[in-house]
Design a protein around this ligand. Structure first.
Ligand code: BGC
Length: 470
């Protein structure tokens, strides 16, 4: 059904007026960077960590891969667009990988944790049957679990809170590796042991560092957003582990939580506030809600609805689908931004056909919608750049590679360039950097961390706590 709202002559000026709060000045991003640094320091300090918003979790990953990693590893990837089970074979310089995607229903995402972990264990079992791995002996597993976890060692980590679309009961404050092992034990048909728990940002950093030794930062721009980086031990006030070489540890910043104490309210728009209020976790992950793929489409949808109600788009018409929360996908933004006048807005027309608005879509609408998308994307990319520049300025090495992964970064036509430009602008002039797509961190990265953990274990090095007699 298509229903009509008030109609007024559409003009670019009115749209620009609706979008003015998304077009922020360089000084605003500099201010974001300064506040972020301060919040990060609070997270790192033992005195202020408890009340800090950005938790800066030490990950117990202290060494980057050196190319000597070998063996067969299983990996799990939970928390992004898909849940996957992977088999990775590390052979020094080369890596072989097989993986299978298993859907996670909405019901599992917000049901009881036991059901979620039983499902995960059953997917591992199915995967092992498919790949003839049952009876092949004890397999080490790296668990990429892309949620904030307070770790006590490489394979012990308590979920601090769910983010993105997950809200399973009975998991918060629990050690997720223990929950996984319990689910595996309930089945009794698979011989695997989780030797490493890692965040997706850590997998992203490790996977890229395997090829590029200057990599010290890992960033995810996908369903959610987050970053990790290599920090010197003497700057980590909360560090409880051993202080031997290498005197460094990867910190999972959990920067998505930035702003939940109100410190970003000066730039949040009415739409940002409405999205937060309607979310599964109101008041939380506010920086993430302005940047990541789970929310960007919804920001645009709400702006479009607002423009329609002012008669600025689609001759004042909306549709049931446009009026449905979360129905304007972030992938639409990438499609719309790819269009040019020359190809007659081919992709934009397909999007609005899907939304039941093709009859009312003019070429001016296409241009205006593209303008709205580009400002929402630009703000997201620039906010992420403020975060990256803050980390680069803090590490202060002359030439650092930033590993990035995530569906938003991969599929958006201009995100990379926008981030290059803004990071350059916000960086100390004497520093240099590269931003590099990290290939499959959640799989290869998990195997690399598991391989390093395995080596630690066999050498009796602190950081890994065996949970079986193995
Ligand atoms: C989670 C992070 C994760 C990020 C990207 C956020 O919602 O809190 O742990 O790294 O999403 O997946």
């Amino acid at each position: 059904m298509v229903h009509q709202k008030c109609v007024r002559k559409p003009t670019r000026k009115c749209i620009e007026n609706v979008m003015k709060d998304y077009d922020l000045e360089k000084g605003t991003y500099e201010r974001v960077g300064r506040i972020l640094l301060d919040e990060m320091e609070q997270g790192l300090s033992r005195d202020t960590n408890a009340s800090a918003v950005i938790k800066m979790f030490p990950t117990y990953v202290r060494a980057l891969p050196d190319g000597s990693e070998r063996g067969n590893f299983l990996a799990l990837d939970l928390g992004g667009t898909n849940f996957r089970v992977l088999l990775i074979t590390l052979k020094g310089a080369s890596v072989e990988m097989e993986n299978k995607i298993y859907p996670i229903s909405q019901e599992l995402m917000i049901g009881h944790g036991t059901k979620l972990f039983d499902h995960i264990a059953s997917c591992i079992s199915d995967f092992m049957t498919d790949h003839n791995l049952k009876g092949a002996g004890h397999l080490p597993l790296g668990f990429t679990f892309s949620f904030p976890c307070a770790q006590d060692s490489l394979n012990v980590g308590r979920l601090v809170q769910w983010t993105k679309g997950f809200a399973c009961e009975g998991v918060q404050n629990q050690d997720v590796v223990k929950l996984l092992h319990e689910a595996i034990a309930r089945r009794g048909d698979i011989d695997v042991e989780c030797v490493a728990l890692l965040n997706d940002t850590v997998g992203c950093l490790m996977s890229c560092a395997f090829l590029d030794h200057n990599t010290e930062i890992g960033v995810i721009l996908g369903t959610g957003t987050n970053a990790c980086y290599m920090e010197k031990l003497d700057r980590v006030g909360t560090w409880d582990g051993d202080r031997g070489e290498p005197q460094q540890v990867i910190i999972n910043t959990e920067w998505g939580a930035f702003g939940s104490n109100g410190c970003l309210d000066f730039l949040r728009t009415d739409v940002d506030k409405a999205i937060d209020e309607a979310s599964l976790n109101p008041g939380k992950q506010l920086y993430e809600k302005m940047i990541s793929g789970m929310y960007m489409g919804e920001i645009v949808r709400r702006v479009l609805v607002k423009c329609v109600s002012q008669g600025l788009l689609f001759e004042g018409h909306s549709s049931d689908l446009l009026d449905t929360p979360a129905r304007f996908y972030t992938k639409y933004i990438s499609e719309i931004e790819k269009d040019t006048d020359e190809d007659e807005f081919r992709r934009t027309k397909i999007v609005f056909e899907e939304l039941g608005l093709e009859e009312h879509l003019t070429d001016d609408d296409c241009r205006n919608v593209q303008y709205i998308c580009s400002l929402v994307s630009q703000r997201a990319a620039y906010l992420a750049s403020a975060g990256i520049a803050t980390l680069l300025n803090r590490i202060e090495k002359p030439n650092i590679t930033v590993a990035v992964d995530g569906s938003l970064y991969r599929y958006h036509p201009y995100f990379h360039q926008l981030m290059m430009d803004k990071t350059r602008q916000l960086l100390k002039p004497e520093l240099n950097f590269h931003i590099r797509l990290s290939e499959d961190g959640s799989g290869r990265g998990a195997a690399l961390v598991a391989a390093v953990a395995h080596r630690y274990h066999s050498q009796g090095i602190h950081g890994y706590k065996p949970t079986t007699n193995g």
